[in-house]
Design a protein around this ligand. Sequence first.
Ligand code: ZN
Ligand code: ZN
Length: 760
Amino acid sequence: MQGVGFRPAVYRIARALELSGVVYNDTKGVTIELQGREEKIAEFLVRLRSNADKPPLAEIKSCDLVELPVIEAEDKFTIQTSDSQGSPLSQVTADIATCRDCLAEMVDEEDFRYGYPFINCTNCGPRYSIVKNIPYDRPNTTMSVFKMCDKCAAQYTEVTDRRFHAQPVACGECGPSIRLTDNKGKTIETQTENVIAETAHLLSDGKIAAIKGIGGFHLAADALNNKAVERLRERKKRDHKPFAMMADSIEKIKKYAIVSESAEQLLKSPQSPIVLLPKKPNSTIASSAAEGVSTYGFMLCYAPLHYLLFEQLKKCGIDVLVMTSGNISDEPLICKNDLALERLGDVADAFLMHDREIYRQVDDSIVHFVDEQPVLLRRARGYVPTPLIIEENCEREIFAGGADLKNTFCFAKQNQFICSEHIGDLEDAEVYHHYINSIEHLRILFEVEPKVVAYDLHPGYLSTQHALSLESSKLIGIQHHWAHIASILAEYGLSGPVIGLAADGTGYGTDGAIWGCECMIASLEKFERFGHLAYYQLAGADKASKEAVRPALSLLQKAYGSKFTLQKFDWLLKRIEPDIKRLRIISEQLEKGVNCVETSSLGRVFDAAAAMLGLGSYNHFDAQLPMALEATAAAGVEDRYELETFWPPGEPYRFVLDKTIRQIVDDVQNQVDTGIISAKFHNTISEILLGFAVICRSETNLNTVALSGGVFCNRYLINRLIKQLRQNDFSVLFNREVPSNDGGISVGQAAIAANIYTVS
Ligand SMILES: [Zn+2]
Ligand SMILES: [Zn+2]
């Protein structure tokens, strides 16, 4: 990658070891020619890889050594600034959290960037969010409007300087500045120190501030002030999602959440994601900040402005801020000043803005831990556009459209998959618009000319309709869960076959049913549906993923057959849907099969179970009910419910939940503790998935299991299943670099399409 300070580092090491030669970039990477004593060259290679000498953002993926004849003795080492900028893929890097060197300078009164909210260097600062075009050079970024002063320019042009070719380099003399306005855009304050002090003051007063950061605006409130947090939630509208929070030190986060050593490393990493951490009991964080979940999403400050703000917040007695995405409900993150005022004027009381334009909005990334390893739930700032490297080159360039929920899209070019940042749910018109624009921007930025388009089979998906409109390309429809499993194969550089277990909410099946609990024998070439959860009916397709009464009623009717009456289950159903008239309509729909679809969705079974336990009856956001169910599950429970199976000759193996549902109803009626029912339910689902793997292995001799799908965001389920699979001598693969939810679909689609066009 360019722009990470690699050549200057090579220069420094070579000079220190008195080696002569040259370093330069070309389209393939970095070439270093060295002349000197053999042991010094050996030492050079060691130091090049050591963390002390290597720039923090550089990663050496491979290194080839060739011996050259000495033609003439050289006496110096030089950096050759090549004309070639390298391939577009190697130029644009991700946005990186402020580094320690810059932070030290920012608090040093002697430094000319003392207290400057936009300090950055080659090792940190914005990249992807400010680049308009390639080559990645200052005129092609939103920094082009700022003319470097002499001091900044001197650092920018000095090869040995930490700011050599750092495109966003700036200082208080020449660079961007901040201002504070009211919610109408009227300027309150422009002097840097006062802007920050006044913002801190407003926040300590319980006010809400919109703060422009690296990838967009945040809406900020004092996380310990319940009234302020509730007001923020009300004003954001229909937003029930847990709010992310920010602190300026690990110690502060540890007051409210349990931070493991690996979580601490991740929080402090250059990517600086939101990390989901178990809540501490008796935490004083406002309860409305994160209800119905067992974790807090915390991040550390990652922009210089954040640090300066927290310095002032300390004086006002504020520890932690809610820092949630600056948008209304499910609309795209807002990154432009005028749009922020227009859309968030009713949400925020004040706006802390700056004049460094954000060209692409990039959300905060979210990471949690599975099997004690970091796993991305939302891949965006800090991770995008870092490509996934594949072993073989694609003969044709590919566009993969992704899925409609938690959308990302992906390009395949040469030996790389370039996956977009989290785009959002395409059903929102603004998000769809953003999707179409983003595809075009990244296509131009990375110089991709796709000849092949991969899309989901769901005919109702907007992403599918968009793909089908690209007529000049070769179109490849890919089944949703096959793409999920393929995303794992892509991550691990495998081609399969493996036993694929997909635990998911909704995915269109090849038989027109909605699939969601699948066991498939899958490779990049093909898949075979080995088993699935026995179908049940879902009434009112669109509403079924929101209203738990729909799967609940269906599963109950199926489990009790002719013994089911609404009256008999009135005690249970009224907590899910108090309106008896609606119950009757849905029940009749199910009996007559009107506007119903068959499904093996596992997500909807979680919805139904959560609703039967009285944990809510509506998904205000994706997986709200399943998350509530996971949060209640008691630890240390090994019991589970009984299962039935069904295997007609020549058809997929099936697990049937009828008995399970009847036993859950009995437990609810007998007032068994909710945490125990939830744990038993989770254990039962784990048993189904394990069962699929065991039977599939006995039929195929395959021993590797790949776990993907949105339901695997459930840590209780996936951790238990991984353990059980390993106890049964399976080798287990799960998503780490791309989300197991629908955010990973585009990578899976790209992998399957690329496999068809691989150059061997
Ligand atoms: Zn820095
Ligand atoms: Zn300057």
